[in-house]
Design a protein around this ligand. Structure first.
Ligand SMILES: C=C(O[C@@H]1C=C(C(=O)O)C=C[C@H]1O)C(=O)O
Length: 369
């Protein structure tokens, strides 16, 4: 039947030798997990028309053409009901050299903003850690599904990249359901969702500063500008409101469009092309922010802050921003996290924010020790 955890582990173990591309995911608020195998190994596509690609899984890098994984086979199983009984621990260490470098980059970005080069930029950094000898990808995926029920949890393997990515992201980039409802969100502004004792706070306890409200408004304005470019006026806007995303809280505004009554059949393809990379992961204006990111960051973002998700499956498409994500090569884990910088940014606070974002995955992955 190939639908229990042991079978899925076997498929993951065999994939590199067989040159098969894999994607395994669990949509937000669902219990069903899906494992897709592409015997062709996944191919680069121009994604001109998502609708024409057929059923599969799309993986777009921060910059460049996406990979399309065709659904050669699909396996389904339910999330394990076994509860996590190991304590979660925050294991991120502070590397002083990394911290100083990042804080200097944030300070330089603030200077650029004050000089009028751009208004907002999202800078990221990496945190390299060794995985425990008994780390198991499928177990970590299960734990993330249990810990973060509202996240999109996914793991992918692409033979061309020779590494695995695992994420638990709170951010929808674009989606369209079987009734033709298109959705996107504006997500930004970050604060801890835990109190000093590590208990979850309620969203009503969040207090947002002007800086964070402004930071999220850039993303909302950017989305509305994209709608304007295609002369779409009939959209529903809901928010901003505070949402919990794992150990963090963000400000979120939801946008939806009824593509059937509005007669917009290609909206999702058009919006994907216009939106990515949004002001939530790149900045405003996009070109100047992107130029600064590529000049400043010392690492290659690769698939971090790109997008991924199932397309054309059961007449639905759900693409998410690849955040709260880790790239795994052998026993090396490379965690990625970024933060939105505006003219009011404080380098120390921005560093702390990236630490909290890395911990979203680290506290769960390291709990399997
Ligand atoms: C860039 C990241 O997150 C994005 C940036 C946020 C912010 O700047 O506050 C919040 C949510 C995401 O849209 C990340 O998690 O790496």
């Amino acid at each position: 039947m190939l639908n229990n955890l042991a079978d899925w582990k076997e498929i993951w173990a065999q994939a590199p030798a067989e040159g098969i591309a894999l994607a395994m995911w669990r949509l937000p608020n669902q219990i069903q997990q899906v494992l897709l195998q592409d015997v062709r190994g996944g191919v680069r596509t121009d994604s001109d028309q998502l609708e024409h690609l057929g059923p599969g899984f799309l993986v777009g890098p921060f910059v460049g053409q996406p990979y399309f994984l065709q659904a050669s086979s699909l396996l389904y199983k339910s999330m394990s009901t076994q509860t996590l009984n190991k304590p979660l621990q925050n294991s991120s260490k502070e590397d002083i050299a990394q911290k100083n470098l990042f804080k200097a980059q944030v300070a330089q970005s603030v200077v650029q903003i004050k000089q009028g080069q751009f208004q907002k930029v999202v800078l990221s950094r990496i945190d390299l850690q060794e995985l425990a000898a008994d780390f198991d990808l499928c177990d970590a995926f299960e734990r993330l599904c249990q810990m973060y029920p509202t996240a999109f949890v996914a793991a992918i393997y692409l033979p061309e990249l020779q590494n695995v990515w695992l994420c638990a992201t709170p951010e929808t980039l674009v989606s369209q359901d079987s009734e033709g409802i298109f959705r996107t969100i504006s997500l930004a502004g970050t604060q801890s969702g835990l109190d000093a004792a590590g208990n979850l706070l309620s969203p009503s306890e969040a207090r947002w500063s002007q800086k964070e409200i402004e930071e999220q408004a850039y993303v909302s304005r950017y989305i509305i500008e994209c709608f304007k470019k295609i002369r779409l006026r009939e959209y529903i806007e809901n928010g901003p409101k505070t949402v919990l995303a794992g150990n963090l809280m963000h400000l979120k505004t939801e946008y939806s469009v009824d593509t059937l009554t509005q007669n917009y059949p290609g909206l999702i393809t058009q919006m994907l092309g216009l939106l990515h990379p949004t002001s939530a992961v790149c900045g405003t204006p996009k070109e100047a922010a992107l130029y600064w990111i590529l000049q400043t960051e010392k690492h290659d973002r690769s698939l971090y802050s790109g997008y991924l998700g199932p397309i054309n499956l059961a007449s639905e498409t759900h693409l998410f921003v690849n955040l709260r994500t880790v790239q795994i090569s052998g026993n090396q884990a490379c965690y990625f996290a970024g933060c939105g910088i505006t003219e009011d940014s404080d380098p120390e606070k921005e560093w702390q924010e990236t630490q909290m974002k890395c911990q979203t995955l680290q506290r769960v992955i390291n709990a399997s020790l």
